[in-house]
Design a protein around this ligand. Structure first.
Ligand SMILES: C[S@@+](CC[C@H](N)C(=O)[O-])C[C@H]1O[C@@H](n2cnc3c(N)ncnc32)[C@H](O)[C@@H]1O
Length: 268
């Protein structure tokens, strides 16, 4: 286990070297560069995602985001990353932290037909705890966040201490682990594993192997909610079945979620 500075996977803005431009110029420039390099469909998808994210952040989650005493929006120098890794590729493949919209989390759980009361939810790559706080409103048995970046982990700890002090999330309901996804011991209980596109192909493949090994050691129901499923091809493996998303929440996800969602059940 090591501690290294994090660089991480580049955002579209970094990828096109446009980080120094003000947002009003930067975004049309990103769209133009994407059109030239990735084509119309990918550009449309990107613009749809960014627009819906803005709408969720401004009109649905503004109040919720303001409840967090520690987040990137309020970052201080103390939040410099210290990363726990098992291998350098984890840093190269890490996706920068952007919390999921609360509606995406809740629609996904409902559309997959999951009864929270039957599961322990683990958010793998939990950032400063935004999705965990959303999920803590549902009757999950308990919740765990696994985050390899020490800065984000400490923000999450501060946030849940504050929620406990204000009585909005019971102390002990959420366990926060400063660990790599490739070292963490998953709870030996029925699990909902939330993956908000935390990492790329190599790490995802290794993480799925670890999950398979954990299931072999402790057979139990395991469902995976994979949001923004950029590595969905890896889930086409023995033991994993895709769950068809159904009902009103599935339609809401399709129409209004910035990110697509896929759900899987493991018949380990
Ligand atoms: C998109 S953010 C997740 C945000 C969070 N799930 C939420 O919705 O509030 C992805 C997170 O995964 C973390 N991460 C990336 N690779 C990781 C790894 N190998 N082990 C643990 N965490 C990792 C990143 O540091 C980042 O905070």
């Amino acid at each position: 286990m090591g501690q290294t500075p994090m660089t991480g996977a580049a955002s579209k803005t970094d990828q096109y070297g446009l980080g120094s431009y003000p947002a009003i110029i930067r975004e049309p420039l990103v769209a133009m560069r994407m059109l030239a390099s990735a084509g119309v469909a990918a550009t449309f998808d990107h613009v749809r995602t960014i627009s819906l994210l803005r709408l969720h952040n401004r009109f649905v989650d503004r109040r919720r985001r303001e409840k967090f005493v520690a987040s990137l929006e309020q970052a201080t120098n103390a939040d410099a990353p210290r990363v726990r890794t098992t291998m350098p590729e984890e840093v190269a493949e890490a996706v920068h932290c952007a919390p999921l919209p609360s509606k995406t989390v809740k629609w996904a759980i409902d559309a997959a037909g999951l009864d929270p009361a039957e599961y322990h939810l683990v958010d793998v790559g939990s950032g400063w705890g935004f999705a965990l706080e959303v999920a803590s409103e549902l009757p999950f048995r308990s919740l765990t966040g696994v985050e390899f970046d020490g800065g984000f982990h400490e923000m999450a700890v501060r946030n849940f201490e504050d929620f406990a002090a204000r009585g909005t999330v019971a102390p002990g309901r959420v366990t926060l682990k400063h660990e790599s996804a490739l070292e963490t011991d998953l709870p030996a209980e029925p699990l909902v594993v939330l993956l908000a596109n935390p990492f790329g192909e190599q790490i995802m493949a290794r993480f799925l192997d670890r999950l398979a090994a954990s299931l072999k050691a402790h057979p139990r129901p395991v469902c995976i909610l994979y949001v923004n499923p950029t590595q969905a091809h890896l889930f086409d493996r023995p033991g994993l079945d895709e769950i068809a998303l159904q009902g009103a929440s599935a339609r809401l996800l399709r129409l209004f979620s910035p990110y697509r969602v896929r759900a899987y059940r493991w018949h380990g």
